[in-house]
Write a protein that binds this ligand. Structure first.
Ligand SMILES: [Zn+2]
Ligand SMILES: [Zn+2]
Length: 525
């Protein structure tokens, strides 16, 4: 029953510049607890007390710090843990370095209590040694062992009336339930043996996947390798990166099973405790025949971690952009353009083998500018973005629909105007020359940074007004003006000389009024 890797305690001696320094003597206490139900049990308590007293005092490197002993009336809500509390207070007061106790079951009433106490004591640098389970709580794998064993200890104290629940838990432990996948590449679940059994011809494919991964191949390259050789998934489909990334993490290939425990019922205080992640998952080592040796499996896990760290996959846009065409999320992709790397976001289905999506790609810098514009921030502000933007839908025409907090929707429309012409405006060419056709106010300039200058209707900012006209990037107004004036580039001197006013008639619909009385209209196709 005892898990592997539980080591006995070792005394560590430090050697400093040739001198042997004996470790300080540890102040060691013991905790004992028995039920008051029988006189025999009381004998048992005094036996425990004297055993611990003499044991601790027999060690030359230890100082006896006392035995704390509680009588507990089991099966009730009576606390009966006065000594336990006194011991913890003495620990907090710095009077104890180590606690010996017979078993997990004696020490704590339930898993939650156990972990809470042991963690607090660890913060204080105090070890708890569980004799029966041979665990030192300060050892490297101490907590994992405790978590697993505590759940068993709880089972032991469960009353007979809890038989049915006990049965459920027992089946959980033995792996009889919770098997959602009857067929995993390399394994088939044998209902009679209640175990996964190896399918040799599939195991060959599994080993190949792990070997290629360790050879440095990307998941995509592995997919291509497998698919081109005619291998298929258990469902007969082509291998995809996403499913492969799950496959290489599956502990099943090392012979283990991890079972998620979703609830735990405290057998003594009869409370239901929600699993907030501190409670155990059942980990069954050697549950079935392994396809890979543990070393290979461990090396792959280390490689996954290493690659994940390199990719640093958490970006502001991760998980925020969805493709309206196929429903896939967008993913970040690094490309080279004549040796110059650039980053863009693409529909993830484009990365998957055998699938194509016609959605457009967005350079990351463009997305940042779009967001700055939509959220009216000074440049791209990741913090504002993460708080305000719930989702961005990449529409088929390349526009992006922003779903913001407060049920607000804003749409960025792709203008197909040159996105790379956001030069700084150092002049006042448009100052007081743009007038809103909706509310009559003039447009004002806002400089978000050197590269992003845009114009907004003052009617949006004035009290009592709520103009719905849109903002225009300075660069777009330059392009439109150049187009209206018939010049290749925006000619500021010529513009100031000739143009009296630009009236905004609608979204990207302008009327240019010239000083000589002529008017010209421009509208985006
Ligand atoms: Zn798509
Ligand atoms: Zn207006």
């Amino acid at each position: 029953m005892l898990p592997k890797g539980v080591k006995s305690m070792k005394t560590i001696e430090k050697i400093v510049s040739g001198k042997l320094i004996m470790p300080q003597r540890k102040r060691v206490a013991a905790y004992a607890r028995v039920s008051v139900e029988s006189v025999r049990m009381q004998h048992s308590l005094s036996a425990q007390v004297s055993y611990y007293s003499s044991f601790i005092q027999s060690r030359r490197d230890w100082i006896f710090a006392g035995v704390y002993a509680d009588y507990a009336a089991s099966g009730t809500k009576t606390d009966g843990r006065g000594e336990f509390k006194r011991m913890l207070a003495d620990c907090e007061a710095g009077q104890i370095d180590m606690i010996l106790t017979k078993s997990i079951q004696r020490f704590a009433r339930n898993t939650v209590d156990l972990l809470k106490t042991v963690r607090r004591l660890r913060e204080l640098g105090i070890a708890v040694v569980f004799e029966k389970e041979n665990i030192n709580s300060l050892s490297g794998d101490g907590e994992m062992m405790l978590t697993i064993l505590a759940s068993f200890a709880q089972e032991e104290s469960r009353s007979i009336s809890d038989n049915s629940k006990w049965g459920v838990r027992k089946r959980f432990q033995t792996g009889e339930i919770g098997v959602s996948n009857k067929h995993i590449l390399g394994y088939r679940y044998d209902g009679e043996r209640k175990q996964y059994v190896v399918i040799p011809e599939e195991a060959v494919v599994v080993r190949r996947i792990f070997r290629l991964y360790l050879d440095g191949k990307s998941l995509r390259a592995i997919c291509e390798d497998l698919n081109s050789k005619g291998h298929r998934t258990v469902n007969g489909c082509l291998f995809q990166e996403a499913s492969l990334s799950q496959l290489i993490k599956n502990e099943i290939y090392a012979g283990d099973l991890l079972r998620q425990k979703t609830f735990i019922v405290d057998p003594i205080i009869k409370n239901k405790v929600r699993n907030n992640g501190e409670l155990p998952k059942y980990y069954h080592a050697d549950a079935h025949e392994a396809i890979l040796d543990r070393e290979t499996y461990a090396r792959v896990q280390a490689e996954i971690t290493r690659r994940a760290a390199l990719l640093n996959p958490v970006y502001p846009f991760t998980g925020k952009i969805r493709c309206a065409l196929c429903g896939s999320p967008f993913t970040r992709k690094m490309k080279q353009d004549n040796g110059v790397p650039y980053v863009h976001w693409i529909c993830r289905s484009k990365k998957e083998v055998g699938k194509t999506c016609r959605s457009r790609n967005y350079p990351e810098t463009l997305l940042e500018r779009i967001c700055a514009g939509i959220l009216r921030t000074d440049g791209f502000n990741a913090e504002v973005f993460s708080v305000r933007v719930k989702e961005m839908i990449a529409l088929p025409d390349g526009s992006i629909e922003f779903h913001l907090t407060g049920n607000e929707t804003r749409v960025w429309k792709d203008l197909h105007l040159d996105e790379f012409r956001h030069e700084t405006t150092k002049t006042d060419a448009f100052q007081r020359r743009i007038r809103c056709g909706l509310c009559g106010e003039t447009y004002h300039r806002v400089c978000r940074n050197d590269k992003w200058v845009s114009w907004y209707c003052m009617g949006k900012r004035l009290k009592g007004h709520s103009c719905s006209s849109r903002d225009y990037p300075d660069s777009h107004l330059r392009i439109v003006s150049a187009c209206v004036m018939g010049t290749k580039d925006f000619d500021e001197a010529l513009f100031s000389q000739q143009v009296e006013q630009i009236r905004v008639l609608g979204s990207y619909k302008f009327e240019f009024i010239f000083k000589d009385g002529r008017t010209k209209q421009w509208e985006k196709a």
